[in-house]
Design a protein around this ligand. Sequence first.
Ligand code: FES
Length: 162
Amino acid sequence: MSFGAGDKTQLDEIRTHYHNARAASVSVMRWVQRRDGYISDAALQDVAEYLELPASDLEGLATFYNLLFRKPVGNHVIKVCDSVSCWMCGYESVRDRLRNCLGIEYGDTTEDGEFTLLPVVCLGNCDNAPTLMINDDLYDRVSPDAVDSILKAVRGHGGDRG
Ligand code: FES
């Protein structure tokens, strides 16, 4: 696999927003993720060649940056903040409701391919803890009782794994 001419046109446009290849790397990987749903090993190599950066550097970035996925995910990725404010405000009961409703654990995807459940560090929305992010949308002050309706609303929409 490699980037076609159309892909390169879009990637070149992304690169114009950054002063060097390294600075552009997360945005380029996010573009790949929007296209493929995740960043496969082959796609990581393509990005490395395109940016002329070591694949190992990109691997490190992709592993560190928790909005980049290195394995396939569901149509909707639920990120549960487990940092201090959300922890103090009862994120555990929200997490447990999500696990029960979806029948999966952290890191898993539902059998129908709809949802992936992941823990993340602070989402920068501490004033509204406990917080979830589903695809690119933040959910404030989530209670366990709100989980069912949130999942129902999200299930009816197409995915955007960012
Ligand atoms: S601690 Fe959860 S959003 Fe900051």
